[in-house]
Write a protein that binds this ligand. Structure first.
Ligand code: AMP
Length: 634
């Protein structure tokens, strides 16, 4: 069956379609009902079925693939490569699970994992899944305050961390960040389990609270921890993502639907039959990392390469070398990472034998034409853009080489994948847009298996944030899109105040709230501005309180420091402008879009509602003079 027929069946006969796909995984008890859609927009897939992600990712492969590599964890920071077979993975996961049990973690308890891209992150995730605990991996680049917010929302029984990460040869201590986050947190967990990599000899521990993993691992290396079977719709993990307010949203994933969707995506989208290898350059802290560094490849019986390090170290051929060494068939990366490689000598693309590599998938942000051309021409491979969100958990738009590869149209992530009935509609009227017209991308419920079930402990916010935008009950992905006459969808950026920095989502509101914690700041507006390398970067405009206005440069630097301190380096403003007034409408609404246009040198739009036209003129002058902190952008 080709793409059209398969997709049509997935949306017109969802129960029959997904009942067939359910056989891709092992069930302890088969599902009673394939889809319960009685309470939209909530829906439940594979109701009554019991299964387990760890069983499907590890145990069920032992008989046939015990000696096959499951994970290859490569660190070009510590110069350590660990090749871990499915049998060894089983042993490590059991040891980790026994440790969790010893520390009092059980079914339904949350475990926050704050680890770099190392094998222990995979062991910890799978160990949680094994015993029915809910993991919440927090990206290692997040600062203490961000970590504290996530801890307070998840209320974990345990936090797992490393002594340190490393980036570009520099040790980044994690433990002091954890200590600061726990000091700030309202409900710190009773224990912190430390994976000590020996990178931070000066690491301080708190007796009674902090536990060293190495000694517990030793004790539990031959443990067998029974699988805890979960009903398909019970939570497997939380993954926090930025919204338009400072409070992160805990995207809640289920068990059965997620496993089935990933299993199907591995073959149909990523063209990875069991036994094949994928190099996914994401971090386990992101959605792509959860799905295609860990669960997808392992559920699919594949080998996953996990990478800690820069794409350019020890040389810009490192990723291609890994593809060659392990015979990767599919590579999955982000436009930002590839733009970094594009700045290097093109010869690196030709240095390694890439005969096993068939597909290069990219996701997370728009793939620009020059990067697409450079990559296709340099490698001779098919480059496949795919679109998704933390919420969807797997690609929502993609071409599907494992099923029926349609021609690539550069700039488009292709067509809806299975179970996604998408429309492009008018922002105001909700009417469908004609081909070629810009509108808002929406998904008709029920959302397919694998997508979020709700926001952790906040059903109301789930309904409001995703389904509350139109008269009809439609999931809004909050992206502008256009569909061409052939049905290819093109994504044109976000409709909300979220910006995409190097493929990572940041709420401008979060950054504003951080800047506003400085007493010297009166008012602040943050906008995302186009950047050649990172896609977008945050730019801060602020007005100061009286009395400090004489020291704009000092305050601008303090703003930058505060953002990094509270949100991490990812959110570091590219520049800070101190201005006399921010542009507002007469009703007091900040005109962020006009500010963004001014910085980018484009049309600031309809200014008829502007309260003080002089404010924009002043901002134009400030832009010409240059920022008070950071590099000039104008
Ligand atoms: P996140 O949940 O952090 O992965 O961010 C999801 C957002 O990233 C989407 O809503 C889009 O705005 C953007 N995005 C993801 N993939 C693509 C893509 N292939 N092309 C354009 N934008 C993308």
């Amino acid at each position: 069956m080709g793409y059209e027929e398969t997709w049509r069946r997935s949306v017109d006969e969802p129960e029959a379609f997904w009942a067939e796909q359910a056989t891709l995984i092992d069930w302890h008890t088969p599902p009673r009902t394939i889809l319960d859609d009685a309470n939209p927009p909530f829906r439940r897939w594979f109701v009554g079925g019991t299964t387990n992600l760890c069983h499907n990712a590890v145990d069920r492969h032992l008989r046939v693939r015990g000696d096959q590599l499951a994970i290859v964890a490569v660190s070009t920071e510590t110069n350590v490569t660990r090749e871990i077979s499915y049998r060894e993975l089983h042993r490590e996961v059991n040891a980790f699970a026994a440790t969790l049990v010893e520390l009092g973690v059980g079914k339904g308890d949350r475990v926050v994992i704050y680890l770099p891209n190392v094998a222990e992150a995979v062991f910890a995730m799978l160990a949680c899944a094994r015993i029915g605990a809910i993991h919440s991996v927090v990206f290692g680049g997040f600062a203490a305050h961000n970590l504290a917010l996530r801890i307070d929302d998840a209320e974990p029984k345990l936090l797992v961390c490393a002594d340190a990460g490393m980036r570009g040869g520099k040790v980044i201590p994690y433990k002091p960040l954890v200590d600061a986050a726990l000091d700030e947190s309202r409900c710190p967990p009773p224990h912190v389990l430390i994976v000590d990599r020996g990178l931070d000899p000066g690491m301080k521990t708190r007796p009674g609270r902090d536990v060293d993993y190495a000694s517990l691992r030793e004790r539990h290396l031959d443990a067998t921890v029974p699988i805890v079977w979960l009903e398909s719709n019970e939570p497997s993990y939380l993954l926090y993502t930025s919204g338009t307010t400072g409070r992160p949203k805990g995207v809640q994933r289920d068990v059965g639907g997620y496993a089935v969707a990933l299993a199907l995506s591995m073959t149909a989208i990523f063209d990875l039959p069991p036994g094949q290898t994928i190099l996914c350059t994401s971090d386990v802290g992101w959605a792509v990392g959860h799905s295609y560094n860990v669960y997808g490849p392992l559920i699919g019986g594949c080998t996953a390469i996990l990478y800690e390090g820069l794409p350019t170290h020890p040389d810009p051929g490192i990723w291609w070398r890994l593809c060659e060494t392990y015979g990767a068939r599919t590579m999955f990366s982000s436009p930002t990472a590839l733009r970094i490689l594009k700045k290097q000598d093109e010869a690196w693309l030709k240095k390694h034998d890439l005969s096993a590599l068939k597909w290069i998938f990219v996701a997370g942000e728009p793939l620009d034409r020059p990067t697409y051309d450079w990559l296709t021409q340099g490698t001779g491979k098919t480059v496949i853009d795919n679109y998704w969100q933390t919420e969807t958990g797997w690609p929502a738009l993609s071409l599907m080489p494992g099923l029926d590869l349609k021609p690539v149209k550069p700039g488009s992530p292709g067509f809806p994948t299975f179970g996604y009935r998408m429309r492009v509609i008018d922002e105001a009227t909700g009417e469908d847009k004609a081909p070629g017209e810009k509108g808002v991308l929406v998904i008709e419920p029920p959302l397919p298996p694998g997508c979020l079930g709700t926001i952790w402990r906040d059903d109301e916010r789930y309904v409001r944030s995703y389904f509350g935008h139109f008269k009809e009950l439609l999931y809004s992905s909050l992206d502008w899109a256009v569909r061409d006459a052939d049905g290819y969808v093109f994504i044109l950026g976000r409709t909300d105040d979220v910006i995409n920095v190097a493929g990572h989502r940041l709420g401008t509101r979060e950054i504003e709230e951080s800047v506003a914690t400085l007493g010297a700041v009166a008012e602040v507006a943050v906008v995302g501005v186009a950047d050649e390398l990172k896609g977008q970067v945050p730019v801060v405009f602020a007005t100061l309180r009286q009395g400090v206005a004489d020291h704009p440069v000092d305050v601008a630097h303090a703003m930058e420091r505060r953002v990094v301190e509270l949100l991490g380096g990812l959110a570091r403003p590219a520049c800070v402008y101190v201005v006399a007034a921010l542009p507002k409408t007469r009703s007091g609404k900040l005109l962020r879009r006009s500010l963004q246009a001014l910085v980018q040198g484009s049309d600031p739009g309809d200014l008829s509602t502007l309260d003080d036209p002089g404010a924009l003129e002043e901002i134009r002058r400030v832009l010409v003079r240059g920022p008070h902190c950071g590099a000039r952008r104008a």
